[in-house]
Write a protein that binds this ligand. Structure first.
Ligand code: UDP
Length: 367
């Protein structure tokens, strides 16, 4: 490969956003490579032979309150106005997750639920979101009872399966992603902008990369021999430095896809199984774009440890030790000119898709 002006490693949301910004606003050329044989990173999706759009790496729902991000991605897709709802198997029933006032009234007898609801409204107020680790700190008897119930039935075992750790041993932001919601709104997200790209995430990213000054090279491993003026690396930062300070830990997921010969498998797009089974949740794909078929496809998610060469990186493990190691890599990066890291793997951050786009915007402003 001859010397390129901008080499971007990784064709996910991060790399694709940056590529588009560079060609469009700086009028420079970009070569974007990916080790995978497809674009869109872990957001990659495809239509199966039943016409159902399958998310190869598990269910993805785009949601954001960031108008600039929404406006940008909306240039490359139209949206199916999907609003995500999740249920969890709690005490033998399927109840709305995040746990909300509807869940409360489903799991407890009326008088008890009413009493707890009043306490919640008095202590926090209507429409407030309370992370489980916060709710556990209250000393009111009803709220302590509720906190223990939710902790045991929704968070503890799910988190042990997902991370191999208890919620309190992790960054509070992780369990805080799914707070108790003092509301009757059963949606998983309340963001202003939500949806599924009509042509899928792959279609969206393909449009983003569809520009005469962007060259895409798939199934291409980054090598130090490649010549560039600037490198933007959205792969794993530890891998870039040949693990010289040690490996950054990640969680992975094994997805078991199953097809059933009937039109619907479950009563929500995603059902969580916090306390039962070894999997954490089951996603049913036809919900996202309302695909019609007399068959249905679901995925069972089995979290597992990430091991190089065995599986894919899904989630950085946000803990003090790993953050310290990441910071050391960042120091190394500072001594390496014209190299910028971004994305879940490059920044070692649990970004949602919108935050990955925002990060790429911010990096673009820096260069
Ligand atoms: N979580 C949980 N029980 C649930 C849902 C979530 O314990 O029913 C915790 C768990 O630790 C999980 C975190 O909340 O990793 C964040 O959940 P989210 O659904 O945001 O995870 P993602 O969709 O990113 O995998």
């Amino acid at each position: 490969m001859s010397k390129v002006k901008n080499l971007i490693v990784g064709c996910g949301f991060s790399g694709a956003t940056l590529a588009r910004k560079i060609v469009q606003e700086r009028k420079e050329k970009v070569v974007i490579i990916d080790i995978k044989d497809h674009i869109a990173g872990n957001c990659y999706d495809y239509r199966d032979n039943n016409g159902i759009c399958i998310h190869k790496y598990g269910t993805h729902i785009f949601h954001t309150n960031l108008k600039p991000v929404w406006d940008f991605v909306s240039r490359f897709t139209k949206w199916y106005p999907y609003q995500h709802k999740v249920k969890g198997l709690v005490g033998g029933q399927l109840v709305p997750i995040p746990f909300n006032l509807n869940s409360l009234h489903q799991v407890f007898p009326k008088s008890l639920a009413n009493e707890i609801e009043l306490c919640l409204l008095e202590k926090f107020g209507f429409n407030k979101k309370v992370p489980i680790l916060e709710l556990r700190k209250t000393n009111d008897k009803d709220l302590t009872f509720l906190a223990e119930y939710i902790y045991q039935k929704i968070f503890l075992e799910y988190t042990l399966k997902q991370w191999g750790m208890k919620p309190e041993d992790m960054d509070p932001a992780v369990s805080g992603r799914v707070p108790i919601y003092i509301s009757r709104d059963d949606r998983y997200f309340q963001d202003k902008y939500q949806g599924i790209p009509i042509e899928g995430y792959t279609g969206l990213v393909l449009k983003m990369l569809d520009h005469p000054n962007i060259e895409i090279k798939l199934s291409t491993v980054f090598s130090k021999e490649m010549e560039y003026e600037r490198l933007f690396y959205s792969g794993p930062i530890d891998e870039f430095f040949e693990y010289k300070l040690g490996e950054l830990p990640y969680r992975s997921i094994k997805l078991d896809f199953l097809e059933f010969p009937y039109s619907k498998f479950q009563e929500a797009a995603v059902i969580n199984y916090p306390c039962n089974y070894d999997f954490t949740r089951i996603g049913e794909y036809k919900w996202f774009l309302n695909n019609k078929s007399d068959k249905t496809v679901v995925s069972y998610e089995y979290p597992e440890e990430f091991k190089i060469g065995k599986n894919e990186r899904y989630y950085p493990i946000v803990k003090e030790e790993s953050q310290t190691l990441y910071n050391k890599y960042l120091e190394l990066a500072k001594g390496t000119p014209n190299i910028y890291f971004l994305g879940r793997l490059g920044d070692y951050k649990y970004y949602d898709m919108d935050k990955a786009v925002e990060r790429a915007f911010n990096l673009f402003e820096e260069i």
